[in-house]
Design a protein. Structure first.
Length: 389
């Protein structure tokens, strides 16, 4: 059974890593990894592949950056002849980036069944490009793998056949647990002069709604500067955000430092970090501030307080079961919520259902049930069920 797995952005790599680990246990599956090149900076991509023990991509489409329409069209144009040549029984897509939507559309038009990992998540905010990607990808996919119960409710409300739905857990958490021995041994603490006792916060930013508008970005940075009077803030800067910081002159750029035994007060901007270093830093932070969906999930399992620079989230389980709160981008609110959280850290109630490190195992098991070798039609005819344990 030949399965094409498509990733295009760094969070996608985290999601496909546990799937490849599980596929290795099933020699009857032949995986073909296609990297669309949506995130194309070689050092960071190479670091993620190394950290996550992912094989080099079989094919790299080299799409690069661009507008949403251009990026989606380029993936479709470059992927179509590749799928025609590989002729897989299934195309598996993950997440909600442009590559996810484009790959699903291309496969469906070629008559190839599509499985979507992390389906059904909804922010109900259609100004978010990812929301459109989620809606369309789910509508055209043949099998939908869900991370939380709210996703099933969303899809059923949208008229999706219940038999397509499978609550399997979260492959992001599979990766978090599998690589725990490695991120616990990360040298990032020594490299940044962290002694394991001094408190600090971690910030990540990348969403256009927060970083492309200079006023919104200024509001967030103003809040961070004030908050940094109370504890140092480490800010690994996303590649698309660094030009914004430099263009608007909001912060002075600071390179990582070596052999220091105390962390300087202030907002410390760092080059992008690999997966292991980033998880390690978050695991010991007093507070994480972010606009990332994946980090909302990871902090839920790490038990680290998380404040999200958004008014909505497509991952409500991180609020009901986790440590996450939505705080928007108002500077006064950011500071108040952060200081209150430092004084009153939340008490995690345990991981959400099925977030037990076995999501990839369930996913591959379902695909083997539904898609015997040489029988793609089975995707449409084999009875499925909504929950696997």
């Amino acid at each position: 059974m030949k399965i094409v797995i498509i990733a295009g952005a760094r969070p996608n790599f985290v999601k496909v890593a546990p799937l490849f680990q599980e596929i290795r246990r099933h020699p009857q599956i032949v995986p073909v990894l296609i990297h669309t090149g949506q995130h194309y900076d070689a050092p960071m991509s190479d670091q993620f592949f190394s950290d996550l023990e992912i094989q080099p991509p079989d094919i790299n489409l080299g799409v690069g950056s661009g507008s949403h329409g251009m990026q989606t069209a380029e993936v479709m144009q470059r992927l179509e002849p590749v799928l025609g040549s590989v002729n897989p029984e299934l195309v598996l897509v993950v997440g909600d980036v442009n590559s996810t939507l484009a790959s699903a559309l291309t496969a469906v038009k070629l008559g190839i069944p599509v499985a979507h990992v992390e389906a059904g998540l909804r922010s109900f905010d259609r100004t978010m490009p990812e929301e459109i990607n989620r809606l369309v990808t789910d509508a055209i996919s043949d099998v939908l793998f869900l991370t939380e119960e709210s996703a099933a409710n969303n899809l059923l409300h949208e008229g999706i056949d219940r038999e397509k739905l499978h609550l399997v857990g979260n492959v992001m958490i599979d990766a978090l647990q599998r690589f725990k021995p490695r991120w616990e041994r990360s040298s990032i603490f020594r490299r940044l002069g962290l002694d394991g006792r001094s408190p600090y916060a971690v910030v990540t930013l990348h969403r256009p709604s927060n970083v492309d508008d200079p006023d919104t970005l200024q509001n967030i940075l103003t809040a961070l500067q004030e908050l940094s009077n109370h504890l140092p803030i480490l800010f690994p800067v996303h590649p698309r955000v660094k030009p914004q910081l430099l263009r608007y002159g909001h912060v002075a750029w600071m390179e990582p430092w070596e052999d220091k035994w105390c962390l300087p007060q202030g907002v410390v901007c760092l080059e992008p970090l690999g997966y292991l270093d980033c998880i390690a830093l978050m695991s010991r932070a007093r507070l994480v501030l972010t606009d990332s969906g994946g980090i909302q999930e990871e902090t839920t399992v790490l038990g680290v307080p998380c404040l999200t620079f958004r008014e909505n989230t497509e991952r409500p389980v991180t609020i009901t079961h986790g440590t996450n709160r939505l705080i928007g981008a108002d500077p006064g609110r950011i500071v108040r919520e952060a200081l209150w959280t430092l004084e009153h850290p939340p008490h995690p109630s345990g991981p959400p259902p099925f977030w037990d490190g076995r999501a990839a195992e369930r996913i591959i098991g379902i695909l083997l049930e539904r898609l015997p070798p040489g029988s793609p039609q089975a995707m449409a005819t084999t009875k499925s069920f909504a929950h696997h344990s």
